[in-house]
Design a protein around this ligand. Structure first.
Ligand code: SF4
Ligand code: SF4
Ligand code: SF4
Length: 275
């Protein structure tokens, strides 16, 4: 099967957040946003970061420019790396790579250990407390299997998102960067061609990687080697051994490995079936 990819073009994005909302709607993820629920902090960004119920966040990177503000928008979600360190460390095989490059997290297998979060150079997977699982973008593999586009792509009114064979998406991204440079955006760059072995979510960074909050030259976190060593133990549920190894940093990332309860798994399955 040919590899697929999403292309996000920040130069076309209007930050309407339609993709963010549609991701929640399709995947049945609740929103914590309610009337007067959140204090206005001076930014139009919905929340500080991804969370257990939010797989996609449009970020507002703001800089003063003359009398106004220059916004560099950013699409924060899983990049679907060709070398996914999250998958390497998962002790129960809940993360897999599909033939088209999608990195899928199966919430029916996940035990909520949070190893994937610590092993991801971008800290993308987030803990979903009510279900004791980690959560992240699955590149809408359920829709793609039916010949549909990912929900976020389908929704974008500004055509800032596109989806298709990775080689075509890559060529389109490179062409767009050239257009932008010709138009005077000389810092424009494409992100994802080679990072982490090549990503399946590419990004046209109009103002350069840093302006959009992207990690230049992402590296495998040191935790990956350690987690790979101890994952057979964790797979057997020997959390006490992990504690015995003196891995105090695990508590630093909120380590709390309980067994996935049958109730939460059933509730999640039922919610998905009602979709
Ligand atoms: S961005 Fe992080 S969570 Fe997504 S595939 Fe890469 S390592 Fe895994
Ligand atoms: S591909 Fe699907 S799961 Fe991923 S951000 Fe888009 S809508 Fe959400
Ligand atoms: S729907 Fe399109 S224009 Fe709106 S925030 Fe998402 S990517 Fe940007």
């Amino acid at each position: 099967m040919a590899e697929n990819a999403i292309l996000y073009d920040a130069s076309k994005c209007s930050a309407c957040k339609g993709c963010q909302v549609q991701c929640k709607q399709w995947n049945m993820m609740p929103s914590g946003l309610g009337k007067d629920e959140n204090e206005f902090t001076g930014s139009y960004q919905s929340m500080p970061d991804l969370n257990g119920d939010t797989r996609l966040l449009i970020e507002f990177h703001e800089e003063a420019a003359g009398d106004g503000i220059q916004w560099a928008f950013s699409r924060r979600a899983c990049f679907h790396c060709t070398e996914p360190t999250c998958m390497e460390v998962c002790p129960v095989g809940a993360i897999s790579q599909l033939d088209d490059g999608t990195v899928k997290l199966d919430n029916t297998k996940c035990v909520g250990c949070k190893y994937c979060t610590a092993a991801c150079p971008f800290e993308v997977p987030k803990y979903r407390e009510n279900f004791n699982v980690s959560n992240k973008c699955t590149l809408c593999d359920d829709r793609v299997a039916q010949g549909r586009e990912p929900a976020c792509v389908k929704t974008c009114p500004a055509a800032a998102l596109s989806f298709g064979p990775r080689d075509e998406v890559l060529a389109a991204g490179k062409a767009r960067v050239e257009e932008l440079r010709t138009a005077g955006y000389d810092k424009a760059e494409l992100y994802g061609e080679t990072e982490m072995g090549g990503m399946h979510s590419l990004f046209v960074a109009q103002y350069g990687l840093e302006a959009h909050g992207l990690v230049r030259d992402p590296k495998r976190p040191d935790a990956v080697a350690l987690f790979s060593l101890i994952k057979p133990l964790a797979g057997l549920g020997v959390a006490a051994v992990v504690g015995g190894l003196g891995l105090s940093f695990l508590t630093g990332i909120g380590y709390d490995r309980d067994e996935l309860t049958a109730e939460s798994a059933s509730a999640y399955d039922a919610a998905k079936e009602e979709k």
